[in-house]
Design a binder for this molecule. Structure first.
Ligand SMILES: [Zn+2]
Length: 272
């Protein structure tokens, strides 16, 4: 069973409320499940915005199964880029011309079906990233014609705005690192840095400080436009792409209770 079917089936069987936040370029639904209360603080956990990192979705599916918070709730979006994920995994092109002509690139693919790198396509210092391409669709790094031009990033931004979460988590691979900073003012830098440190310690990854040379990411957009703490977590400490499902086993275990940990943190008296 492919990753799209795995996600569909697990969400259906979870007993959680499942919705679609929108459709991908090739018409696949971008599914979302909610657990916990609808009142109180909400968090959003996303994974697999980058195609070749699609098995980060498995960490989110585990979190969904294990979720049992006393206050607040969590939205889980395990597969933000279903077209890219299926292309990476099995070479599925859904009849889409750009994917068909790039079949030889599938194991390195990060973008959506149109060759837009969704994690460069958000409206947060768009187009200023050092490693990003402004000119042409590609396997990774192409920012798109304008912010949120890709249906997947547009769906995720629209959904996130409609929820108004207290924090977001985005799973990527690889490096065993956590990124959190994006031009916060001093007060928010203190708050978000402490949040990032707590999350990094809880799951055993390295918190990386400083403004990095990237822009237009979901985390960047959450920090800049919503003013909330948002972290990018890079699973898998060592090795080389492409990674298979079992390569994520240790990370899946280490991250299983992270949504509950984050809600506890956000309700803690030290968090303002
Ligand atoms: Zn990534």
């Amino acid at each position: 069973m492919g990753i799209i079917e795995t996600v569909e089936q697990e969400l259906k069987q979870s007993g959680a409320a499942v919705t679609s936040i929108g459709k991908s370029v090739c018409g696949n639904e971008i599914l979302c499940a909610h657990r916990g209360e609808y009142s109180g603080k909400q968090i959003i956990v996303t994974a697999a915005i980058h195609a070749r990192e699609c098995y980060t979705a498995l960490a989110v599916l585990r979190q969904l199964r294990d979720f049992h918070a006393e206050r607040g709730g969590a939205y889980f979006v395990p597969l933000v880029n279903p077209d890219g994920a299926a292309f990476f995994e099995s070479g599925s092109t859904f009849g889409h011309e750009f994917l068909r002509t790039n079949a030889h690139m599938r194991k390195a693919w990060k973008a959506n079906a149109d060759g837009v790198d969704l994690n460069c396509n958000f409206d947060a210092n768009f187009g200023t990233g050092a490693q990003q391409s402004r000119t042409a669709p590609a396997a990774h790094g192409y920012i798109g014609e304008y912010p949120l031009c890709a249906p997947e990033s547009r769906a995720l931004a629209g959904f996130t705005s409609s929820i108004g979460p207290a924090a977001t988590v985005s799973y990527h691979c690889m490096g065993g690192e956590l990124y959190w900073q994006f031009f916060q003012d001093e007060a928010r830098r203190q708050r978000d840095g402490a949040f990032a440190a707590a999350v990094a310690k809880h799951i055993g990854v390295q918190k990386v400080d400083g403004e990095l040379s990237s822009a237009g990411g979901y985390k960047d957009w959450c920090v800049q436009k919503l003013g909330i703490p948002a972290v990018t977590i890079e699973l898998i400490k060592r090795g080389n792409h492409p990674f298979g499902p079992s390569d994520y086993d240790d990370d899946i275990t280490a991250n299983a209770d992270l949504p509950m940990f984050i809600l506890d943190y956000l309700y803690g008296e030290n968090y303002v």
